[in-house]
Structure formats: C-alpha cells, structure tokens
Design a protein around this ligand. Structure first.
Ligand code: NAD
Length: 481
C-alpha cells in the first residue's frame, strides 16, 4: 500500500508542506507490526499556520461561496471518494487493522456523508417570527468560523465524513487533527477535497501528537467550535480548554451499550447482531453493543448460541478479510488483555481460536464471550474496546431498565422483543442517544442523529441535527414602523 500523496507532509492552505519541526512519526501495520510509512509530527506552529489559513479562507474565496456551490463541491468530493474507494479501503485496512470489507463500508459511508451534507447545504433555513406591529423579525444560520476537529483512530473515514462534511456544508473552515495511530485517510481526504475544487484553507489537516498538536488546537482562541471524538479522559481536557475561550464543544465519547433481549425475541434474527456488534472492527467501536442483557428463562439458550457463533469466528491479518483482524496497537492489545485477565475461568464462556500462523508482531486478541458476571463488575461497566461480549441475565422489564441504565455511559441501546408496548416503553426509558428496536445500528445510517448522554458526551453529529451544531443562530429584528 503506497499512498498517492506524500504522508510525511501536512496539508495547510491548499498546499502540501513539511511540518515546522521536520520530525515524523511511524505508521505501523497492526496486522504485522511492520512500519509501512511515516507521517508528520505536527506541532503548535503548524496548528497556528492551519488556523491562519482557515481564517484567510473565510475572508476570501471560501467565505464568498454560496450554499449551493459548497454543496456541489461536497458532491464532487463524494464521487472522488468512491472513485478512489479501493485505495482508501486498503489504506485504512493497513493503517487501522480492520478487515477490508469493513474498510470498504467506511468508504461508502464517507461518500454518503459528502452526498448527504452536499444535498443539505442549501436547505438549512432560518425562520420568520411573528412579532410586534412595525417589526420584521427573522433568523439567520451562520457558520461559527474556524472549527477544530479532533478524531480517534477507530473509524477515521466515518468520523471525518460526519464532522467535516457538516462543518463544510455550513460554511465553516476546518482544521483537522487526526489520531497519531491512523492519519492516512485523513490526508487522502484533504487531497481529494482539493481535487474536488475546495478552496485553499477551507480544510487543513495536521497530524501530530494529541498532547501537542491536539492541545494547541483546543487552546487557540481563534477556533470557534470544537468537535471531539475520543476517550472520556481527553474529552474532559478538551471541554476544559474550550471553556477558557467560551467555545461550544461537541463531545462524542465512549460507551458500554446494552442490548436487551427478552424471552419473546426472535433469536435467529437477533443472533448475528448480538455477535457482530461486539466484534466489528475487533470491538473497537464506541457504539459497540457490548453488554448483552438476556431474560433469565432464555439465558442458557442464548449463551449456547452465542458461544457457538463466537467460537467459530475466524481471526486473520486484516487484508485477508476474515471476521476479526488485529487491534490497532500493542498498547490497545495490552489494555484488552488486562481486562480479560479479570475474568475467572468459569466466566469465559467461549473464545475463538487464534491460528498458529498469525504474524508475530500483530496485535491479535481472541474474540471472547464472558458470562456469570455481576452487573457492577468492571467487565460489565467499563468500555473494553476489544472483541469481548458480556452476557448478563435479568428477571423482568424493571430489572432490565435498571441494569441497562446502571453505567456512567449512555451512547446506544437496543431492545429485542416482539411486544410492541414493551418496545415503546423501553425506547423511552433507556438512557442513550440512540435506541434501536429489533436491530442494532441501522447499518450506520448517516441520516440518524448520533451522540450520547452521561459520560458518552453531549451534542449531536450526523443527520440534519449536525447542521445546527455547526452553525450559530442570529436573530434580526428590523423596525420599520
Ligand atoms: P483519545 O482520547 O486518546 O484520542 C482521541 C484524539 O484526541 C486523538 O486524535 C488524540 O491525538 C487526541 N488527543 C489526545 N490527547 C489530547 C489532548 N490533550 N488535547 C487534544 N487532543 C488530544 O481516544 P482514542 O483512544 O484514540 O479513541 C478511543 C476512544 O474514542 C474510545 O473511548 C471510544 O469510545 C471513543 N470513540 C467515540 C466515538 C463516538 O462517536 N462517540 C467514536 C469513536 C471513538
């Protein structure tokens, strides 16, 4: 996999250039541990240059474009993403370690975000407000100005699409700091955006360490909105930094999302979702439905079915496109191994085999089903971010709601039941930003507002809702007598 651009450069003001320090960071293939490229180690001076370029874009060509023209650029960008789909998918697979078909899904999602927000760009409208005689009052939706975007490594393309897509559609100028573990598709996206005709400075990409480049972006007073996706600990720092300049923040953080399976559920339909939600991207998914709550009378049946399915999963290097690839880094593998060490032998209900011929330097963890565990055990409370599913029995509806809502998180939840009344009751009572009924994730749906409650964060991205987040509302009251 050789990118068509030079990954050692940063993209600022429509130009590729080295970062100020000239230093680089390694890009490692999680499947083998081999270094496959190097990226720039951007720092405060590079963030400063990127913010300057974004301000110039707003004062120049980008700021003067109509909403329809911004939409047209996003459409062209979506087409280019699809045209380069194979290269982008291979890049993501070797950078993140996700099986190729999952990276291909991410390509399609990125293109869909470009289409969705391209189409929405000229459909965001203000209101006229009936007011006192002699006044005409209306509202204008205006861009914040320079927006900062800090993203994690697990779904770079999808998160770029939902965050940058909505910010550009509404006329902001963006500075993107991708995660140091996975920057390649962010750089590729910047190159495709330029090819699509995006004016210089409207999108700037500066790879670098979070504590340096990321912190510089969050503490820059010229950045008027911050969109952060990542861990709770870093999200807290970002919100504190934003408070210094009274800047709005969208925080998309972690989760420990429950899937609640009642005795009357269609288990044949549910099973693939219950397994998949835990192993997609090797479980490194913020919205992973990784707590399976099962009604006591079907516990043993469901446990046996899940154990059988998980035991048969195939683990292989990401380019082999098996069910599960490696974790993104040795560090992440260490975290997941640490969680698994907390499970007693009687709590490991099933594990997929790790083939003997897996490359030695790869970060492989066997997909695992855990059971016989109390709802307050760390394995049932903490985000593991690995291919681990946890099974917890419950007695009745009341018990299910109590256990479901009994973590610090609230990102996603699902209810599996044939009872319509129960579906509606739980949809209301489960504390989460999204609740799915008899499905999980709705195939990612770019149209569906997404975000959390509690320590899963606040603010919404995706769907039309993101357009409100990336704009500020101005009320105009004209007195004409
Ligand atoms: P992380 O918080 O360590 O890093 C995320 C980003 O923040 C990276 O770009 C990193 O460089 C940057 N960063 C680190 N320190 C910073 C600082 N001091 N100032 C500014 N930026 C800084 O998270 P991670 O381990 O890369 O990602 C995994 C976490 O992300 C998980 O908890 C997962 O649930 C969460 N996540 C959430 C969503 C969502 O939409 N809710 C999506 C994907 C991942």
């Amino acid at each position: 996999m050789t990118p068509w651009f030079d990954p050692k450069l940063i993209f600022v003001g429509g130009q590729w250039r080295p970062c100020a320090s000239g230093e680089t960071l390694p890009v490692t293939d999680p499947s083998t541990g081999a270094e496959i490229a190097r990226i720039a180690k951007g720092g405060a001076a590079d963030i400063d240059a990127a913010v300057c370029a974004a301000e110039e874009a707003l004062a120049g060509e980008w700021g003067a474009l109509s909403a329809a023209e911004r939409g047209r650029i996003l459409f062209r960008l979506g087409h280019l993403v699809l045209e380069h789909g194979d290269a982008l998918a291979e890049m993501e697979t070797t950078d993140v370690g996700k099986p190729l078909k999952q990276a291909k899904n991410d390509v399609v999602a990125l293109a869909r975000y470009c289409e969705f927000y391209g189409g929405a760009a000229d459909k965001l409208m203000g209101q006229t407000i009936p007011f006192s005689e002699g006044f005409t009052v209306y509202t204008l939706r205006e861009p914040h100005g320079v927006t900062g975007h800090i993203i994690p490594w697990n779904y770079p393309m999808q998160i770029i699409g939902r965050s940058i897509g909505a910010a550009l559609a509404t006329g902001n100028a963006c500075v993107l700091k991708p995660a140091e573990e996975a920057c390649l598709t962010a750089l590729a996206f910047a190159d495709l955006a330029a090819q699509a005709g995006l004016p210089a400075g409207a999108l700037n990409v500066v790879p670098g360490l979070g504590a340096v480049a990321g912190a510089a972006l969050t503490s820059d007073a010229r950045v008027r909105h911050l969109s952060f996706t990542g861990s709770v600990a870093t999200g807290r720092r970002v919100q504190i930094a934003a408070a210094e300049h009274i800047v709005p923040v969208t925080l998309e953080l972690g989760g420990k999302s429950p899937q609640v399976v009642f005795a009357d559920a269609d288990l044949d339909k549910a099973l693939p979702f219950l397994v998949n939600a835990g192993i997609q991207n090797a479980g490194q998914t913020c919205s992973a439905g990784s707590r399976i709550l099962v009604q006591r009378e079907i516990h043993d049946d469901l446990a046996a079915r899940m154990a059988d399915a998980i035991g048969k999963l195939r683990v292989a290097p990401a380019m082999e496109d098996a069910d599960v690839g490696p974790l993104v880094s040795a560090r992440q593998k260490g975290i997941v191994d640490g969680f698994l060490a907390q499970a007693g032998a009687d709590q490991v209900l099933a594990q997929a085999p790790l083939p003997d011929d897996l490359p030695e330097g790869g970060n492989y963890v066997a997909p695992t089903l855990i059971g016989n565990i109390a709802p307050d055990h760390p394995l049932a409370q903490e985000e593991i971010f690995g291919p681990v599913q946890v099974l917890i029995p419950f007695e009745d509806e009341e018990d299910a709601v109590r256990i479901s809502n009994g973590t610090k998180y609230g990102l996603v939840a699902s209810v599996w039941s044939a009872d319509g009344g129960r579906q509606m009751r739980l949809a209301k009572r489960l504390q989460a930003g999204q609740v799915f009924v008899n499905n999980y994730g709705a195939a990612g749906g770019v149209e569906l507002p997404f975000g959390g409650v509690g320590q899963s964060g606040h603010g919404r991205e995706k769907g039309f809702e993101a357009l409100y987040a990336f704009t500020t509302l101005k009320t105009v009251a004209a007195h004409h007598g």
